[in-house]
Design a protein around this ligand. Structure first.
Ligand SMILES: [Zn+2]
Ligand SMILES: [Zn+2]
Length: 401
């Protein structure tokens, strides 16, 4: 059997005392709350991992670029008791990596839309398309994806072997062609780098335009947090014709990147406060007392960001909520009544033309997400790549097998 390199995260299956798993979770170890179950995580680069064989509806993809995501980092960082930080759906051991691009190597017998040689990227959400949620509402809320008893569906690099490897298999229905990026970038290297950023960019697109319904050109947009998702939000806001884009970010590298991708004003909230200015006051100053028509939360820090947003929401303003935080925070509903405000929770990136439109924007040169890549490693150096990732000094770290 042919083998390959693969970066694998494993951990001890050790449910926290008092945390009750369902019978299905115990049996399949596809668990809904990873941070309550997985302890002592380990990253290992194997060189003898079997190359997966595509089933009839799947394609085998040779990976060309794969980004390290915040959730990959949270698989490996632990709390004081040794449990992983990542709170969501997980099934270890698993090959990690879900933001990737590559070349189709082999297609299953039933695949009609792809052929060997196609340049592609893939969605990370393995939705079924058959459950009530998929058929009636939104693929990103597929109930089979989240069902511990269902091992066919889940998330790439979380419950199913991902792309931090030489090869990955995915069902053809999740795959999108990115040949158009080659025309835009005139370089395969760059096209694959851009392709590996379609997934995180689509997370921002889904929140701002699909869930929250977008904003009118000329609107003021505030982005909280300039990690990869926030940087995508800034790029998209600019492409969509925002009047002013204001970003808040503590990391100096990321503040620099925020400017590069299109933010008009970038502030360090900690610095502002030191000088006795609250972020919301700065927003009101920059917008001439109007506030922002759209706030994008990509910081995952609701206790800090929500009070600021509430004080700087324009009349008819929207909040698009992407950042994750497993904690409850007080909300001042009066603002949402008096300011005619709306808050949209958003999860995922599938469906609604999200991937298609992000690829179009990249192909047209209206957004260039490759600017946020600040470090590149080969797969052989995956340990070094994660050492660097834990320091949080980069925009995006990309691994090129
Ligand atoms: Zn991710
Ligand atoms: Zn479904």
């Amino acid at each position: 059997m042919p083998t390959m390199r693969a970066a694998i995260v494993s951990a001890d299956f050790a449910p926290r005392p008092g945390y009750k798993l369902t019978e299905a979770e115990m049996r399949t170890r596809k668990v809904r709350e990873g941070s309550k179950v997985w302890r002592n995580p380990k990253l290992v680069l194997r060189t003898d991992y079997p190359v997966p064989e595509p089933k009839p509806d799947e394609v085998l993809i040779r990976v060309k670029a794969v980004g390290i995501c915040g959730s990959d980092i949270h698989f490996l960082e632990t709390d004081s008791e040794g449990y992983i930080i990542y709170p969501g759906l997980t099934r270890f051991p698993v090959v990690i990596g879900h933001e990737f691009s590559g070349v189709v190597e082999k297609v299953g017998a039933a695949v009609k839309t792809l052929k060997p040689g196609d340049m592609v990227t893939s969605e990370e959400m393995f939705w079924c398309g058959e459950c009530d949620a998929c058929r009636s509402v939104d693929f990103n809320h597929c109930t089979r994806l989240n069902d511990p008893a269902d091992l066919e569906y889940g998330e790439l690099g979380f419950t199913h072997d991902g792309a931090m490897a030489d090869y990955v298999v995915v069902k053809a229905k999740y795959v999108w062609k990115i040949d158009s990026l080659l025309e835009a970038y005139k370089s395969e290297e760059k096209a694959f780098e851009a392709g590996s950023l379609v997934e995180p960019t689509s997370v921002a697109y889904h929140a701002m335009f699909t869930r929250a319904g977008g904003f009118k050109p000329g609107s003021y947009v505030v982005v909280w947090g300039a990690g990869p998702i926030g940087l995508a939000a800034i790029s998209l806001a600019r492409a969509a014709g925002a009047g002013k884009i204001i970003a808040f970010e503590v990391s100096p590298v990321r503040r620099e990147l925020a400017k590069k991708v299109g933010a008009d004003y970038v502030f360090n909230p900690v610095e502002l406060r030191k000088n006795g200015v609250e972020p919301w006051e700065k927003i009101m100053e920059v917008t001439g007392g109007n506030g922002a028509e759209m706030h994008v939360e990509a910081a995952g820090a609701p206790e800090h960001t929500l009070p600021q947003m509430q004080r700087s929401l324009a009349i008819d303003g929207k909040i698009a909520w992407i950042g994750r935080a497993p904690q409850e925070v007080p909300i001042y509903l009066e603002v949402f009544q008096v300011r005619r405000g709306q808050l949209f929770g958003s999860q995922g990136h599938s469906g609604f033309g999200n991937f298609r439109n992000v690829i179009r924007l990249m192909a047209a040169g209206k957004i260039d997400m490759t600017q946020i890549i600040t470090s590149r490693f080969s797969l052989d150096d995956v340990y070094k790549a994660f050492e660097r990732a834990h320091q949080r000094i980069d925009g995006k770290i990309t691994i090129k097998p």
